[in-house]
Design a protein around this ligand. Structure first.
Ligand code: UDP
Length: 328
């Protein structure tokens, strides 16, 4: 059935791919984004409202004009290091404004909520791959904001019947296979786009943060998941809630880890270009290995990731980077 969906933060990296997918599948979309980090031209269709998710009056207006089947919330600050230095910014933006959004949903009787959570809620892993039973001990304010919202959502379900699915992303990467969208953070801190900027010449080199980890090649291992597979899980989760499903939380990765060195090597293969590497010290708070156990999402959502090979993820990200850099 055709759904009407509010996508908060739909002008950002993951949100814009979500909007694209929803439109392609024939759903109606309203994007709300204050463009503090997003890009207006990344919203490829539907209705666009520029504004902040913490603006209750604006939310009342938007909710009053539509009959949303659900809300997807992508608007949050995501820089771990910044969250340590400026926690107030993170607690206000990631927690307080989310409460404003949830309360608007209550006022307007919208009951289905899909929340962008993160592997950072688990902190230093006790074991890998990380399933949903893994203890949650976030080690920075960013991770704590996401954990807090997950707990709030549990209480809102119990008391108000607001249903939610929390999706804990591991390392989102890649881009729209058609090349219309990609990752455009400023500053960029993520490994895949940085490596590709070093390949295109937009950046001098890539720094490798530590080669003395307890992993086969000494560099950190992460679980890179293609952005379209990630978005696919959001749609399945919303459809499940709309069909009367219960609240849930799922870890989303593709279950295989790749090291920083493997990402660089694969990027060299895909791009056919030289990538200069600088060995740098460890970055604070980086666990050696973060890999998801996503069996629950596969079983309960019927999620079946299509692009789980690193080569494809980097190829799609490279198509976008070439466009950004204006190289052939
Ligand atoms: N990394 C790196 N150089 C960079 C950026 C990241 O070596 O310029 C490493 C980082 O230490 C981590 C991995 O790449 O082990 C993925 O980092 P990213 O910031 O992309 O995602 P995170 O895992 O922190 O969410």
């Amino acid at each position: 059935a055709q759904l009407e969906i509010l996508v908060v933060g739909g002008a950002g990296y993951i949100g814009s791919h979500m909007v694209e997918m929803l439109l392609e599948q024939g759903h109606r979309v309203v994007t709300l984004d204050d463009l503090s980090n997003g890009h207006r031209d990344a919203v490829l269709g539907g209705e666009f409202v520029q504004g902040n998710v913490g603006d209750a009056a604006l939310l009342d207006q938007v909710f009053g004009e539509h009959q949303f089947d659900g809300v997807m919330h992508f608007a949050s600050f995501i820089q771990v290091g910044e969250s340590v230095i400026h926690p107030a910014k993170y607690y206000h933006n990631n927690v307080t404004t989310t409460l404003v959004l949830l309360d608007a949903m209550r006022r307007h009787n919208v009951r289905n909520f899909i929340f962008s959570s993160t592997a950072a809620i688990f902190g230093e892993p006790h074991y890998t791959p990380i399933d949903e039973k893994h203890p949650e001990h976030p080690i920075n304010p960013y991770g704590r904001t996401k954990r807090m919202v997950e707990e709030i959502l549990g209480d809102y379900d119990q008391a108000y019947g607001l249903k939610s699915v929390c999706l804990r992303y591991f390392n989102a990467a890649g881009a729209d296979p058609e090349g219309r969208l990609g990752e455009r953070h400023d500053p960029e801190t993520h490994l895949v786009p940085l490596v590709l900027q070093a390949a295109s010449g937009r950046r001098e080199a890539i720094s490798v943060f530590g080669r003395d980890y307890d992993t086969p090649d000494g560099t950190c291992i992460r679980d890179y998941i293609h952005i379209m597979d990630l978005c696919g899980a959001h749609l399945l989760a919303l459809e499940q809630l709309v069909a009367g499903g219960e609240s849930a939380a799922y870890n989303l990765g593709n279950g295989s880890g790749f090291s920083v060195q493997e990402v660089i090597d694969t990027a060299r293969e895909v791009t056919g270009r030289e990538i200069r590497v600088i060995d740098a010290p460890r970055r604070a708070g980086d666990p050696a290995r973060l890999v998801a156990d996503s069996r629950l999402a596969r079983e309960q959502l019927g999620w079946n990731p299509q692009f789980n090979d690193l080569h494809t993820i980097i190829q799609h990200a490279w198509n976008w980077e070439r466009k950004m850099a204006g190289v052939g």
